[in-house]
Design a binder for this molecule. Structure first.
Ligand code: ZN
Length: 335
């Protein structure tokens, strides 16, 4: 009950700040209506915000790919490219010539997804924050199961990520998590610290690797992809977009934020080209996925506004959204 009250209060304050920000121009007149119109104008998606896919589907996509038998003898592999804190409406600014999202969606699939445990406009059940977001994708469950409701909350090893279970279950020979944010596993207060200890104690081929910044992460990923027998399941996150959002505004009218997104999308394209240049690429069956953990509004995220709640998923293989009833606030559905 206390948590619910806290969330309601935070929601009220963030909505108040957004309205006052719109009146006084401090958030570039960013309103839910403008956000919705921008997202609706995108032609990248096969669904709508009402039928958004839970971000936990990332887990199912990867697991199904790795676990399904190979029809042609090619080796199953996975590459997940994470753009931390990228609002869906930022995709209206894509530079198609330098975009991994454009490359992947041209011969692939794109859906709108949601974070926070439940689709908007229901009140979110977990913070639209980094740790719960990525953790929900990596465990295929929401915080009521994995327990990570906010940042700086170590996850119990009762709910291991797919990075570890895929290796333990023998559907991947190895996995790697490349990041630079200290909040993931740098000390015992952080999300994956217990799991990192677990895999190290067991000597499992699961790597948790922290670089100093995105450049370091990208170098780690490129170095991995350069190996003849590279890691089977690579999951990496670029975090600069989120940093710029916090320092200058999660806002599609904010040039710094948009530029940070363009940089991430261009670096991701370089990674896709590196992947395709592998000598053994034709003998490998890669699932490639681009996604984000949450959006943002003004200088933050973690709350309940529509700008924070939606995410996206682009994949070279079909994403089959679960059939969910859209949430109706007033009145009953027509059938
Ligand atoms: Zn984040």
């Amino acid at each position: 009950m206390k948590l619910k009250l806290e969330r309601a209060l935070v929601c009220f304050i963030s909505s108040f700040l957004m309205v006052t920000g719109s009146i006084f121009g401090t958030n570039h007149w960013d309103t839910p209506e403008k956000y919705t119109a921008r997202v609706d104008s995108l032609t990248l998606f096969s669904n709508t915000m009402e039928t958004a896919v839970p971000q936990t589907e990332v887990y199912n996509l990867i697991r199904n790919h790795l676990a399904s038998p190979s029809a042609d003898g090619r080796e199953k592999k996975v590459l997940v490219l994470g753009y931390d804190g990228t609002r869906v409406d930022t995709l209206t600014t894509i530079d198609p010539a330098n975009s991994a999202i454009t490359k992947l969606s041209e011969n692939g699939y794109g859906v709108i997804s949601y974070c926070g445990g439940v689709n908007y406009p229901r009140m979110n059940t977990q913070a639209t924050s980094t740790a719960p977001g990525w953790c929900s994708m990596l465990t295929g469950a929401w915080a009521d199961v994995h327990g990570v409701r906010r940042n700086m909350q170590p996850k119990s090893n009762d709910h291991l990520t797919l990075l570890t279970t895929a290796v333990q279950d023998g559907i991947a020979d190895s996995s790697a998590f490349y990041i630079s944010w200290k909040g993931h596993f740098s000390n015992r207060l952080m999300t994956y610290y217990p799991e990192k200890q677990y895999v190290e104690e067991k000597g499992l081929p699961v790597k948790f690797v922290q670089a100093d910044d995105d450049e370091g992460t990208l170098a780690n990923v490129k170095n991995d992809l350069a190996q003849k027998d590279c890691t089977d399941f690579i999951f990496f996150i670029m975090e600069y977009v989120d940093h710029v959002g916090h320092s200058s505004g999660f806002d599609v009218k904010n040039k710094k934020y948009v530029n940070a997104f363009h940089t991430a999308d261009e670096k991701a394209l370089d990674i896709l080209n590196t992947l395709e240049a592998r000598e053994t690429y034709e003998q490998e069956d890669w699932l490639i996925l681009i996604t984000t953990d949450h959006g943002g509004c003004n200088l933050n995220h973690g709350r309940c506004t529509i700008q924070e709640r939606y995410t996206f998923m682009f994949c070279n293989k079909p994403i089959l959204p679960p059939q969910e009833e859209p949430f109706i606030i007033f009145g009953a559905p027509n059938r």
